[in-house]
Design a protein around this ligand. Structure first.
Ligand code: AMP
Ligand code: MG
Length: 339
């Protein structure tokens, strides 16, 4: 199959909407990462997403809508959900709500809840409005690869597998949405994203964070979110993350780099001048910069063919939890904290 990659304009948006209405799969930009979309209510269309991604069938998809008004046929909308939508939609917050019979089991991997989100990216929003359908859309990478934050990343992974990629430039957030479970007593973050637990608690009164966000699942432990069972965001190289003050972390990074073969460093922008002529790339200065750049850097490191990535992280709390959750998984939880 030929894969078109077109700048998102009026014409390509109309083509994308027609493809979606015909049950086909289209990749499009959102503020978090690029999504691989299809009609969430069409069994066959949703199966085509799983096939293109080679995604395990037990990992459910997020359903994207143009506005909260589209939700009532899909799920039971609670007062708490309405308050959170009012505060954070459109934006990078996904809500888990009890699903109705309208949503096919393939979309939710057989779970009784459905994940819903209204993205803020103008191209995503225009596409959702134009097709008028709820669109199931996981990240547009092949399963296990870092999520795509540019149309070129999607092309790398999806060439020959889907008919169309809409190019809307680089994603501003760079990591996937916050996944918030609203089916229990207390709202619980299953996957951290740009909307933090602290911000959610200010609106909902309280908010917990699943304990497995920063550690591997234990043998036999049930995953709160099926996505946590699978290896994620993995570069080909082995990766170690170092966290602590610059004065502790930089000498350690240098010693490890010098002792290794074919290594590369991902460091905070401010630390780059301290690394001499070693191969080093910037993760920016703030955790938000790191989130925006991480997946791009992991793909670049794969292309370089380096064997060992040494990355400077942030303390895993507040707005840094999102990027550290991805760094932890990319490094198979090899994180060293230097006090
Ligand atoms: P992605 O589409 O790649 O951003 O992944 C979607 C994430 O949302 C995965 O980690 C899923 O496991 C999670 N998710 C989607 N629907 C549900 C659900 N009904 N219950 C729990 N987690 C879900
Ligand atoms: Mg994904």
């Amino acid at each position: 199959m030929e894969t078109l990659c077109l700048p998102a304009d009026r014409e390509s948006l109309a083509l994308a909407a027609d493809l979606l209405k015909a049950g086909r799969v289209v990749a499009f930009p959102t503020e978090t990462v690029y999504g691989l979309g299809a009609n969430a209510l069409d069994d066959g269309a949703v199966r085509a997403i799983f096939a293109a991604k080679e995604r395990p069938a037990d990992n459910p998809l997020i359903v994207h809508v143009a506005s909260p008004g589209q939700l009532p046929p899909l799920c039971h909308v609670t007062q708490e959900a309405l308050k959170l939508m009012e505060a954070f939609w459109p934006g990078p917050l996904t809500l888990l709500l009890t699903k109705t019979e309208r949503v096919p089991d393939v979309t939710t991997a057989g779970l009784p809840s459905v994940a819903v989100r209204c993205p803020s990216h103008p191209v995503a929003n225009a596409l959702l409005s134009a097709c008028g359908l709820p669109i199931a859309a996981p990240s547009a990478n092949r399963s296990g690869r870092p999520s795509p934050t540019t149309a070129a990343h999607v092309y790398e992974d999806m060439r020959g597998r889907i008919p169309l990629i809409l190019d809307g430039g680089a994603c501003s957030v760079g990591v996937e949405s916050t996944v918030l479970d609203l089916t229990g007593k207390i709202p619980c973050v299953l996957r951290p994203g740009a909307v933090t637990a602290e911000e959610i608690a200010r609106v909902a009164g309280q908010c917990s964070v699943a304990s497995s966000v920063m550690r591997p699942l234990r043998e036999g432990e049930a995953a709160p979110s099926p996505g946590m069972r699978h290896r994620h965001y993995a570069p080909k190289a082995k990766m170690t993350v170092l966290v602590g003050s610059d004065s502790r972390v930089i000498p350690d990074l240098i010693a490890r780099y010098d002792a290794a073969k074919n290594a590369v460093i991902l460091a905070h922008e401010s630390a780059l001048p301290l690394l001499g002529d070693r191969r080093a790339y910037s993760l920016g200065d703030t955790p938000e910069d790191g989130a925006r750049l991480l997946f791009r850097r992991l793909r670049e490191m794969d292309a370089l063919g380096c064997e060992y990535i040494l990355a400077q992280g942030w303390k895993a709390e507040g707005s840094a939890l999102a990027v550290m959750n991805r760094m932890a998984r990319a490094a198979a939880f090899d994180i060293i904290t230097l006090e």
